[in-house]
Ligand binder design. Structure first.
Ligand SMILES: C[S@@+](CC[C@H](N)C(=O)[O-])C[C@H]1O[C@@H](n2cnc3c(N)ncnc32)[C@H](O)[C@@H]1O
Length: 325
């Protein structure tokens, strides 16, 4: 595990935009589904009197660090080692009926990336692991060394949007015939040597393949798809869900799901009135995603691909209204 230095260097992405997007208010209860280093939550607790935070993370080491960092807020903070796909369990265990806001800041934290032993980074040599929760699931090395060439190629294409997916899968299968691939740098170097793989705009050629493996290892998209409707169910009327994503696969899911929640009516356009009876869950607050400005990108280059989208749950009087636009 990296030391305290990495913890304090962590900068929360789109912080001001998240606080105003969630309309944080004094005395409110907020669920942070990805507590990480507690960067966003610390500001909620610090700036808004009487707020409470229910914090989740699937990584026990990260949760431990967050718990130390937020210890000063005592009973205002309740932390759970939990996948946010099951955030309903945490809300119920916390003994509250609903929350005023939910935040999901997707992906891995700097602490995880900087710890070579976790296997997330192609530039720091470590075991090919990539599990956010080291206590469960399949390691990246198992996928790389056991999946068929076709399955690997499909994975890299689907979750990494990698154009050279077939060539990379072939190179992996050839290499593992000699000996299993066990480390991050071994895999990253192998990908760099695949014909046609060169650094574009200073982006490492292994970036997309590593992304695909991480998504598969942690079943990241499934957790996201599960968490959106559950969050809306547990929001108080007028409460908000804020999600920060870092790649187009996640952003597409969020955009589409928010749109469907706002307007779930399935009736043909020519119907003068809705007959399917599906009602809107609320409204999309951000027609376009909120992105960091040049100052934030310069100060924190990892924020460059961040996109924030916000959904507001309908108030009672709006519920039952037809969502069709
Ligand atoms: C980008 S960091 C969050 C940083 C945090 N907002 C901050 O400011 O310190 C993402 C965190 O979410 C956690 N995480 C990712 N997917 C998760 C999931 N499905 N359930 C719970 N935690 C998850 C990761 O372990 C990581 O610690």
């Amino acid at each position: 595990m990296t030391g305290g230095e990495a913890v304090w260097r962590h900068v929360p992405v789109l912080l001001e935009e998240v606080l105003s997007g969630l309309s944080v208010r004094q005395g409110g209860v907020y669920l942070d589904g990805t507590i990480g280093m507690g960067g966003h939550s610390l500001q909620i607790l610090e700036r808004y009197e009487g707020t409470r935070v229910i914090g989740l993370d699937r990584d026990p080491a990260v949760l431990e660090a967050a718990s130390r960092r937020l210890a000063g807020y005592g009973e205002r903070v309740l932390l759970f080692h939990r996948d946010f796909g099951h955030l309903d369990e945490a809300i119920e265990e916390a003994g509250v009926d609903c929350v005023d806001g939910v935040l999901l800041d997707l992906g891995v934290s700097s602490m995880q990336l900087e710890d070579a032993d976790r296997g997330f980074s192609f530039s720091r040599n470590g075991p090919l692991d990539m599990r956010m929760d080291p206590g469960s699931g399949v390691k990246a090395s198992e996928i790389v060394n056991t999946w068929s060439k076709e399955d690997l190629a499909n994975l890299f294409y689907r979750y990494g949007e990698e154009k050279r997916s077939r060539a990379i899968a072939s190179a992996i299968v050839r290499e593992r015939e000699k000996a299993p691939l066990t480390t991050t740098v071994q895999l990253a170097d192998l990908i760099s040597r695949v014909p046609g793989m060169s650094r574009v705009k200073n982006i490492h050629p292994a970036t997309r393949t590593f992304q695909a493996l991480r998504i598969e290892v942690n079943e990241e998209l499934d957790a996201l798809k599960q968490a959106i409707p559950i969050s809306i169910r547990y929001l108080a009327p007028g409460g908000r869900l804020a999600i920060i994503s870092f790649h187009s696969l996640e952003d597409r899911i969020i955009k589409r799901t928010f749109r469907e929640l706002e307007n779930p009516c399935e009736c043909p356009r020519e119907f003068p009135q809705c007959r399917c009876g599906r009602v809107s869950a609320g409204r999309v607050v951000t027609r376009r995603p909120v992105t960091p400005g040049p100052g934030e990108i310069e100060a924190n280059p990892r924020s460059r691909s961040a996109k924030l989208r916000i959904f507001e749950k309908g108030r009672e009087k709006e519920e039952g209204e037809r969502g069709k636009g």
